[in-house]
Design a binder for this molecule. Structure first.
Ligand code: GAR
Length: 194
């Protein structure tokens, strides 16, 4: 069985989309894969409760504030993750910059979703930046994670229009609907290759 570990920091709607798709499409039978754990770096992240409601067996917190350095946190996080013997580690709104050592440890089995059409707008505030730049289209990217922030081979993208009068919030709402469709599809396709 290919174990999937999902890392979150907040609401966990992308995590929920993946878990729900895995359940609906019976990934255990069709792909030999299952979501075994959801881990948050923020205590009390709403996504942890959501994961429990969805029946994810292991829901854990590892508070990055309890560590002196990025390296120490990433080492402890990798130890936690590896207890679940993951075939794939999925970043779903996990708002941490990862150390090169962590990324190398999961080379080829670490994916992220980013709310822009990469390579445009890596980093934060993607929707406002797309509006400010006068973009007519925005979107979302699923990509393999490499040491450089919000880079790495692209696994899938979805495009949404930027409409007159859009705010960062209205554009984010349009985009996240597409995230919830794209991310489970991209994860399923990658699982077939692992
Ligand atoms: C999503 O829009 C995701 O693309 C974004 O955070 C949100 C998390 O929402 N990720 C990043 O900005 C990473 N650079 P969720 O917790 O409801 O899935």
């Amino acid at each position: 069985m290919k174990n999937i570990v999902i890392l979150i920091s907040g609401g966990g709607s992308n995590m929920a989309a993946i878990v729900r798709t895995a359940q609906r499409e019976r990934w255990a039978d069709t792909l030999g894969a299952r979501v075994v754990a959801v881990i948050s770096n923020r205590p009390g992240a709403a996504g942890l409760g959501l994961a429990r409601e969805l029946g994810v067996v292991a829901t854990e917190t590892l508070d990055h504030k309890a560590f002196d350095s990025r390296e120490a946190f990433d080492a402890a996080l990798a130890e936690r993750i590896d207890q679940h013997a993951p075939a794939l580690v999925v970043l779903a709104g996990f708002m941490r910059i990862l150390t090169p050592g962590f990324v190398a440890h999961y080379a080829g089995r670490l994916v992220n979703i980013h709310p822009s059409l990469l390579p445009a707008f890596p980093g934060l505030h993607t929707h406002q930046r797309a509006i400010d730049a006068g973009c007519r289209f925005a979107g979302v990217t699923v990509h393999q994670v490499t040491a450089e922030l919000d880079h790495g081979p692209i696994l899938g993208q979805a495009v949404v229009p930027v409409l007159p009068g859009d705010t960062a919030d209205t554009l984010a709402a349009r985009t996240i609907t597409q995230e919830h469709i794209l991310y489970p599809r991209a994860v399923a396709e990658l699982l077939l290759k692992l």
